[in-house]
Unconditional design. Structure first.
Length: 504
């Protein structure tokens, strides 16, 4: 391994930290590395070509008011690159405005999710305002760059997909909606080059939807009227439509009026699914009512005759009961454990002719954070690759391949004390089928105090990894990721660009 340390962040976290999401598998990193010619155990496929990019909540300061939530951590991108049968690694903090300000101040300046926003020392960002935009939730790839985002809206930070360097905020030809920003999970469409997105806030119309074209210019933006402030997290799209949602888990209006952000699930209300033409005006949206639940992540949607087929993870218990047992942390973070929420892969069929909705559970296995072959986004797909969770914790202990046509499943357990990340499907160079490619994920191995990037044959998950790529340090557990094929990265095969980028 050819290793170079590029920088370190100032951290004021206590040496004897006992917070469960700042220690153990969630122990943060504060060193930025450039590592080439990584050690590989096994055989790294020569036709795996591109970069796996994972975002991570990575705190550097204690919470302002002592109630740290794992979503408060600063964004850090981890990049594992594959080219010509070799691998490299980069990790960088996302240099957001908030991260830079707190590095200069040497302390937290903004309240976290579980704290009183009125006590933030400076004005802030996000759907509720007065929060730091950590850009630590999602990462997508569009127009040649990676884009990091925050779950309650904010700026999109542009990141070099090879070096990990922060390139600044998205501007969209001057059209970026800076007053609200963009929610996590903007949706790139590889067939058109477009990217679809939404945002939300506490003022009417409460949601907006838009489209960015292949040249990174905002070409469509329209308001979506909702009954009040909501907490949507994800969206889906088909060839002709975008699918938005109004789930019955949202801020309590009475608390919101008092400046408090307390969310509650309302089982007496249906989940509403909004279908709008991709360049449609907000008045054109058609709402469908489904059984009450909350959906954190959708996997895909596609058109089938008069129907839109929508798939995602249905929650049996969107608001897990506080039994009063356990520590403050255990009670506070009961909303993060997949088993407490009861997340299952689910299918909704929305009939555009009759307005009816039919539903079916696709799996009895608890899983979430599903990925598909990105080439199939918006069109019919068969396979979803998802994570299984350690009971009671926000940790991924295995991978599962769902066959949504036959119902068959393949599962791989990472083993006791080993935890993974959201797993991308990387199509093989020259691939000819939906599952013709590789699954890539990063792990945290508490037994050996190390991290690896694992590569699986997407068709043979249960066989275990083809290759284990050793990373220079044990990384923090993390969630969302994306894949950028080498052919999509500007200059990836240009000799000068490749050498210069890998030497940054």
């Amino acid at each position: 391994m050819d290793l170079e340390i590029l920088g370190r962040a100032l951290s004021t976290l206590p040496a004897d930290d006992d917070h469960p999401y700042r220690t153990g598998p969630w122990r943060p990193q504060h060193t930025e590395y450039q590592a080439d010619d990584l050690e590989v155990i096994g055989d790294l496929p020569a036709d795996l070509d591109g970069v796996y990019i994972r975002n991570t909540e990575n705190p550097v300061h204690p919470a302002q008011q002592g109630r740290y939530h794992p979503f408060d951590g600063d964004g850090m991108v981890h990049i594992a690159g594959f080219r010509d049968g070799k691998a490299f690694y980069r990790n960088r903090f996302v240099k957001t405005e908030g991260f830079t300000a707190e590095q200069q101040a040497g302390r937290a300046l903004w309240a976290g999710i579980a704290e009183n926003p009125a006590k933030s020392e400076r004005d802030g960002w996000c759907a509720r305002g007065r929060m730091k935009d950590a850009s630590s939730t999602d990462v997508a790839f569009h127009n040649g760059v990676a884009l990091t985002s925050f779950w309650q809206c904010g700026d999109l930070y542009r990141v070099d997909p090879v070096s990990g360097e922060t390139l600044g905020r998205s501007e969209w030809g001057g059209g970026f909606p800076s007053s609200l920003g963009v929610s996590a999970h903007p949706k790139p469409d590889q067939r058109t080059g477009e990217m679809l997105f939404f945002n939300y806030g506490t003022d009417a119309p409460y949601m907006n939807y838009g489209v960015v074209d292949a040249h990174d210019d905002l070409v469509h933006y329209t308001g979506i009227e909702l009954p009040g402030p909501r907490l949507p997290h994800d969206m889906a799209f088909t060839e002709n439509y975008a699918i938005l949602n109004d789930c019955p888990l949202f801020w309590v209006p009475e608390a919101l009026a008092a400046g408090k952000y307390v969310s509650r699930f309302h089982p007496d209300l249906p989940m509403r699914l909004g279908v709008i033409p991709r360049r449609g005006d907000g008045s054109e949206i058609v709402w469908f009512e489904a059984a009450s639940t909350y959906v954190l992540h959708w996997t895909n949607a596609y058109e089938n005759g008069d129907e839109i087929v929508l798939e995602g993870f249905h929650q049996e218990t969107p608001e897990p009961e506080d039994t009063g047992n356990g520590s403050m942390y255990e009670r506070m973070f009961r909303f993060l454990a997949l088993d407490r929420m009861g997340t299952h892969l689910h299918r909704w069929r929305l009939n555009l002719r009759t307005g009816g909705v039919t539903e079916e559970r696709l799996s009895d296995r608890i899983s979430e954070f599903g990925m598909i072959n990105p080439v199939h986004a918006g069109i019919a797909h068969r396979y979803t690759y998802a994570a299984t969770g350690k009971p009671g914790w926000f940790l991924f202990d295995g991978l599962v391949r769902h066959d949504t046509v036959t119902g068959a499943e393949e599962h791989f357990s990472l083993g006791e004390g080993v935890f993974g990340s959201e797993t991308v499907m990387a199509p093989r160079v020259g691939s000819t089928g939906e599952d013709d490619g590789y699954l890539v994920t990063m792990t945290v191995d508490m037994n050996r105090d190390l991290s690896e990037c694992l590569v699986f044959d997407a068709q043979r998950l249960s066989d275990g990894p083809l290759a284990r790529v050793r990373l220079p340090e044990r990384i923090s557990s993390g969630t969302h990721s994306t894949w950028a094929a080498g052919a999509q990265i500007p200059g990836w095969r240009d000799a000068d660009r490749a050498v210069d980028t890998l030497a940054m």
